[in-house]
Design a protein around this ligand. Structure first.
Ligand code: OAD
Length: 258
């Protein structure tokens, strides 16, 4: 796919330059060029696997070993992947300009890793850290007492070998949001507060099919923000886009933010 015309990029750049406050919403597409499959496209994870068997609290209660087997595999696969030019450009941009809030639906930690790679100092890295709406693949949480810990390699051969809570002995689970679960309240509040104040909203690589995450773009639009969408395909947010930059994140985002 060819990149969007230079005039379209320049117009969107202008909207970003004018905005004092920007909210960025990313989805699985921003990590596609890092080799991480999206959820709904051709070859997407929810085309190959049944979410109801793997990504619900009921599934975990029924068969924690199976759920962990899938997440342990994803953890290993994603750990091999690296931030791509879209993650890096975003991290550089956020490190060098104030007033940008990054909200991500992704659990792959690639925004954090990009910030760690390119930020000049700890302050710039902290500025480039995302609000994680859907948790992290690399963290565990106790299914009984909510104790959280950095996760490691998981041996999913039996329930006994799964990670157990150092605080209460309960079974640990991946610290990701599953279907039917509430999102972390503070993350949602911070994301919507940023959206409500934004003068521009950059949406990268999400179908915008999952709420409340997609509501970040609607809230920004309602607050008067110019909405810029970077995606090679059609999305459910296209109707509210002021600028639609059709192309891959790894190609378009560096042009837009460079
Ligand atoms: P989807 O799989 O629904 O959408 C991925 C989007 O990325 C689509 O619009 C693609 O066109 C686009 N895309 C593909 N390749 C791209 C590229 N190289 N550059 C830019 N965009 C590209 O993923 P999400 O919208 O992120 O939730 O899915 C939302 C949530 O649904 C996920 O966070 C996950 C899932 O169930 C939880 O796990 C709670």
């Amino acid at each position: 796919m060819s990149a969007p015309p230079a005039a379209a990029i320049a117009a969107a750049k202008g909207a970003l330059a004018k905005a004092l406050r920007v909210v960025v919403l990313t989805g699985a597409g921003v990590s596609a060029e890092s080799g991480i499959p999206t959820f709904r496209g051709p070859g997407g994870l929810w085309k190959q696997f049944r979410a109801e068997d793997l990504a619900t609290p009921i599934a975990f209660g029924r068969d924690p070993r199976l759920v962990w087997e899938w997440y342990a595999w994803r953890r290993e696969e994603v750990a091999q992947c690296r931030p791509n030019p879209a993650h890096l450009a975003l991290a550089r941009w956020m490190g060098s300009r104030p007033g940008v809030t990054l909200v991500s639906q992704n659990v792959d930690d690639l925004h954090e890793r990009a910030a760690g790679e390119v930020a000049r100092d700890a302050e710039a890295a902290a500025r480039a850290a995302p609000i994680r709406l859907h948790g992290s693949l690399f963290h565990d949480r106790c299914a009984r007492c909510d104790h959280r810990a950095r996760g490691g390699a998981v041996d999913a051969t039996s329930v006994a070998t799964l990670p157990h809570c150092p605080a209460c002995g309960g079974l640990m689970r991946p610290d990701v949001v599953w279907f039917g679960e509430m999102l972390p309240v503070r993350a949602v509040e911070a994301a919507f507060a940023a959206a409500g104040e934004a003068e521009a909203c950059l949406v990268v690589g999400t179908t915008g099919a999952v709420y409340p995450a997609a509501g970040v773009a609607h809230t920004a639009k309602a607050a008067g923000a110019a909405v810029i969408i970077v995606d090679p395909g059609a999305t459910e947010l296209d109707a509210i886009a002021d600028f639609r930059l059709q192309g891959k994140a790894g190609e378009v985002v560096p042009l837009l933010l460079g």
